[in-house]
Design a protein around this ligand. Sequence first.
Ligand SMILES: C[S@@+](CC[C@H](N)C(=O)[O-])C[C@H]1O[C@@H](n2cnc3c(N)ncnc32)[C@H](O)[C@@H]1O
Length: 215
Amino acid sequence: MVKKGTDKRRYDRVAGVYDIFELPMELMAFSKWRSELFRYVESGKILEVGIGTGKNILYYSNWDVAGLDISHKMLKKAVKRAFDLNKKIDFVQGDAEYLPFRDESFDGVISTYVFCSVENPENGLKELYRVLKTGGRAYFLEHVRSENEIVGKLMDAVNPAIRVIGPEINRKTVENIKNAGFIIVRDVKLMLSVFRLVIAEKAFNQAVSDIQGHH
Ligand SMILES: C[S@@+](CC[C@H](N)C(=O)[O-])C[C@H]1O[C@@H](n2cnc3c(N)ncnc32)[C@H](O)[C@@H]1O
């Protein structure tokens, strides 16, 4: 189900210039972090949510990938990129908050710079948890509210203006990931903790979460 919400409109509107707009950040840090994240991804059936213009396709191995996005204009760019890179991907237009997949259907899920946009991130993260197989991992690169209080307050102040054109920059996404039921297995703080590389698991049983709790 595709919600006729603001995220879809927002990203349909910027799709044409998105890659150019993001290029400085991509060159400065994003690409490096993407390749770092993809070193951890284990093979299998993978879902990438908020695939956008498909910047991660470059890093895919021979996995069975479904790529979902709410914006058909962003997806169109991803389709072209997959074609250019000769990668076969099942593209789906859909909402991360209402994933059109059965429970436990993926070995891994990927999200890069998405949960700053999804309107109700908790709902989307619970959906990722639902469609992930038990024992599977979710791989995130997200920008979040900095743990540095000065930077955090600054982010709170500029957030409303930034939200007009794009993401919400002061979310507590790592907490949201935990609240969705995941166990955090890796949490790397990047650039004054404004960005996070997070690997989270849908744990086999409570024993695993108990062990985690003792670390
Ligand atoms: C900042 S872009 C990041 C795109 C891509 N993941 C990347 O790393 O370049 C955020 C993407 O999330 C998508 N998005 C936002 N809300 C969504 C939702 N509720 N469901 C699915 N995709 C969504 C947007 O359309 C956009 O393509």
